[in-house]
Design a protein around this ligand. Structure first.
Ligand SMILES: Cc1cc2nc3c(=O)[nH]c(=O)nc-3n(C[C@H](O)[C@H](O)[C@H](O)COP(=O)(O)OP(=O)(O)OC[C@H]3O[C@@H](n4cnc5c(N)ncnc54)[C@H](O)[C@@H]3O)c2cc1C
Length: 417
């Protein structure tokens, strides 16, 4: 272990100021490091801006689950299916998709869940620790989650997922029709059954949360640079970081550039394939119907979150779409879903957004050092759970960079796997 004196003086550059980058930056600056946070566009609205904003300790299961293969055609081709393939981009992703689907096996899903659970546990407490002393603290809300179903039989069809959650200690509270109506006034009569999980939470304004965390980092003396990292050159015991407008030196660099991390990680020996799972949101403002709790609609794969003046409907998965404009069919689908779930909903205006979830082939993020150069570190690939897992990831990678990690086993997330 380096001596504490040496650790605290480290000069660290972080490439990417999404939720993973800023969480890592705050951890490291609080440990006394000199930290520079670089982002190519601080107002760029990345995945960390537009997500469903759930602090979802219970999201321990990956997207690919046993039995999924047979459900794909319906998800893809039915009018309200939540899955999109974008042509011709999808053709290049086929090798990834085949490998991705090979993880839809009981033993593999159990392994993934176990190692997602360690990143997601105590998420509310972890976010409060992250935001402590910054204005971001006010955007953290504690709340139960409500998973709605049309009937109990449909819930029982998802028993593999729910049994895994139970195994990981989540208490499932069943709600019948009347209780559901009381909790979610305005919801369609189609939904007659629900599961409630207590002690979860959400961020009530994801943009303000990020901005306030970044301001908190600046208040602690952190440096912010708006620029694009183009290359990383390793020389003797130092790194030279080439950006569009400048060159910087650092002891270490952390790559936390979300879906854009791959261009650097390949150079430094990471072979874990990654693809964008593009997601979409539709936010309705000044709605006549207001919800108090986040709601999951498993049929539509839609996460519905209370917002300061309305409701955000977020979800869908689009593969092969990295280099294309957003898909207008996705927004139409979100609006149709919003209206079908809340018949009679009105609003003053709407916001449409899309962003790229960075998804690894084995549904576990990449957290740790490069196998080629121990000055270079990675924290990316958090697919559907990056907001929830960010504070724990920041602490894990921070300890790893400072070489004092005797607490966390990073093997499942190793960039060298
Ligand atoms: C629709 C949707 C719903 C979601 N819902 C949830 C949810 O409810 N809960 C949850 O936990 N997660 C959710 N997620 C997932 C979560 O949003 C992501 O996992 C997370 O935001 C990833 O964060 P990140 O910091 O790795 O990447 P990003 O947020 O993409 O940030 C990467 C940053 O790197 C910058 N960058 C890229 N390249 C460079 C470069 N060369 N130089 C400098 N800067 C660079 C970008 O400008 C960007 O700001 C959702 C995602 C989507 C799309």
């Amino acid at each position: 272990m380096d001596s504490l004196m040496n650790l605290e003086k480290k000069n660290i550059v972080i490439a990417g100021a999404g939720i993973i980058g800023i969480s890592s930056a705050l951890y490291l600056i609080r440990r006394g490091c000199k930290v520079t946070l670089i982002d190519k566009d601080f107002k760029g609205k990345p995945a960390s801006y537009g997500n469903a904003s759930w602090l979802a300790g219970s999201s321990i299961t990956p997207v690919v689950m046993p039995g999924m293969f047979s459900k794909i055609p319906k998800m893809l081709f039915s009018k309200d299916g939540p899955l999109f393939f974008r042509f011709p981009g999808i053709l290049k992703t086929i090798p990834f998709l085949l490998k991705y689907l090979s993880y839809a096996k009981v033993d593999k899903v159990e392994y993934i869940s176990k190692h997602l659970a360690s990143l997601l546990s105590d998420s509310i407490k972890e976010h409060k620790k992250l935001a402590e002393g910054t204005k971001a603290i006010k955007w953290i809300e504690e709340s139960p989650f409500i998973f709605v179903y049309k009937n109990k039989n449909d819930f029982l069809k998802d028993s593999f997922t729910w049994d895994l959650r139970k195994k990981h200690g989540f208490n499932l509270i069943e709600l019948e029709k009347d209780q559901l109506k009381n909790l979610l006034p305005g919801i369609s009569n189609e939904y007659q059954f629900a599961i409630k999980i207590d002690d979860q939470g959400y961020i009530s304004n994801s943009q303000n949360y990020l901005d306030d965390l970044i301001n908190g980092f600046k208040d602690l003396g952190g440096e912010i640079i708006e620029d694009e990292v183009l290359d990383i050159i390793s020389k003797d015991n130092k790194l030279e970081i080439k950006t569009k407008n400048n060159n910087l030196n650092a002891d270490n660099i952390l790559i936390s550039s979300g879906i854009y991390s791959e261009s650097f990680s390949k150079k430094f020996g990471v072979e874990v394939p990654i693809q964008s799972e593009r997601g979409y949101h539709l936010e309705l403002f000044e709605t006549n119907i207001r919800i108090k709790y986040p709601i999951m609609n498993g049929y539509l794969k839609l996460a519905i979150t209370p917002r300061p003046t309305g409701i955000r409907f977020a979800g869908l998965v689009e593969f092969g779409s990295m280099n294309y404009k957003p898909n207008h069919k996705a927004y139409e689908l979100l609006l149709r879903n919003a209206k079908s779930m809340f018949p009679g909903i009105t609003y003053s205006k709407k916001e449409e957004w899309s962003g790229h979830r960075p998804s690894t082939v084995d549904s576990l993020p990449i957290i740790g050092p490069s196998k080629k150069d121990n000055k270079v570190f990675f924290a990316y690939g958090h697919h559907h759970i990056g907001l929830t897992a960010a504070p724990k990831t920041g602490e894990m990678i921070g300890k790893n960079i400072l070489r004092d990690n005797d607490q966390y086993d990073l093997t499942p997330y190793s960039p060298a796997r």
